[in-house]
Design a protein around this ligand. Structure first.
Ligand code: ATP
Length: 297
């Protein structure tokens, strides 16, 4: 018997970053939106923990116990006195190291798949606790939809979304390490007073109304200057998407994937074509939002 779980990628429509805390982390006001690009994690009983991965970026995914999916299985097994003897197969469609929480998605997917396979029936709160231990973005991968994350981003409040938003994601050649981008953020903000991160009410209203133009006017990402400083050619990608009619263009999370909000599905197709033709990205993917969280298929 096997259990397969489908898990979405995310885009941050607002990523407000506070100054570095004494523990090195940053307080965030992080508005997550799950988007319709998915990984699938399949859990099958095995003699020992084993990870396999397929997909265009599979070569960049670690297949040892550092894989976030493996860490999720180990964490759940430890809490229930089980051995994590499971084969986890990841069908990877979310860009790796792209700022779209692909590893976090696999962690949430593996957790739900193992919980179902092993019959551990963990309560939702226990699953969310394990997710928060694994990483700041992991709880959101489990719940999906839209949510405001505070603290390190792991304390979530579900948000209302009043319609479908159509996105294009331009996948860059190469990745950016999230810690390196935060390091660059700290370097760029040296000597500057970084304000407390707060969610924008205009942005939350735009989400609730399903109003793409209003959302486009309010999206923001405080990590964008740092990502552009480390990966300057992303400016060309952002310009190409804007020129093709995107309502908004921004770096997704810590990048280097760039995200383009469009008026409707047709406009998304046109922006994707133009981005591909511009030669400023490796590939361009269209995806609607919001998308559901981790789901057993
Ligand atoms: P985020 O948006 O949460 O900052 P990301 O999308 O930028 O993350 P990931 O794709 O999650 O980045 O991967 C970051 C690094 O984590 C990879 O370079 C890889 O070494 C490691 N990693 C561990 N587990 C996984 C996994 N299941 N899938 C992809 N990468 C993983």
């Amino acid at each position: 018997m096997s259990v397969t779980v489908r898990v979405p990628a995310k885009v941050n429509v607002q990523l407000a970053v506070g100054g570095a805390r004494p523990d090195g982390f940053h307080d965030l006001a992080n508005v997550f939106l799950a988007v319709g690009l998915y990984d699938e994690v399949t859990a099958t009983p095995a003699d020992e923990l084993r990870i396999t991965c397929e997909g265009p970026d599979a070569g960049q995914v670690p297949l040892d116990r550092t894989n976030l999916a493996a860490r999720a299985a180990i964490a759940l097994a430890a809490r229930h006195g089980l051995a994590p003897d499971v084969h986890l197969h990841i069908a990877k469609d979310i860009p790796v190291a792209g700022g779209m929480a692909g590893g976090s998605a696999d962690a949430a997917g593996a957790l739900l798949a193992c919980d179902t396979l092993w019959g551990t029936n963990a309560a939702r709160d226990e699953l969310l606790d394990i997710c928060a231990e694994l990483g700041s973005d992991v709880p959101f991968s489990l719940v999906g939809g839209a949510a405001l994350g505070t603290g390190r981003g792991e304390r979530l409040r579900a948000l209302e979304v009043g319609g479908t938003f159509h996105w294009v994601f331009a996948v860059a050649d190469g990745g950016l390490s999230t810690p390196a981008v935060y390091g660059e953020f700290d370097r760029l903000s040296e000597g500057v007073r970084v304000p407390e991160p707060v969610a924008s009410q205009e942005l939350l209203d735009a989400l609730a109304k399903g109003d793409a133009a209003a959302l486009a006017a309010t999206v923001s990402n405080d990590l964008q200057p740092a990502a552009l400083s480390l990966f300057p050619s992303l400016t060309d990608t952002l310009d190409a998407g804007r020129a093709a009619g995107a309502l908004a263009a921004l770096v997704s999370g810590s990048g280097p994937t760039t995200a383009f909000l469009t008026r409707d599905a047709e406009a998304a197709g046109a922006v994707a074509q133009a981005l591909l033709a511009s030669g400023t990205c490796r590939t361009a993917r269209v995806a609607p939002s919001p998308a559901p969280g981790a789901t057993v298929l």
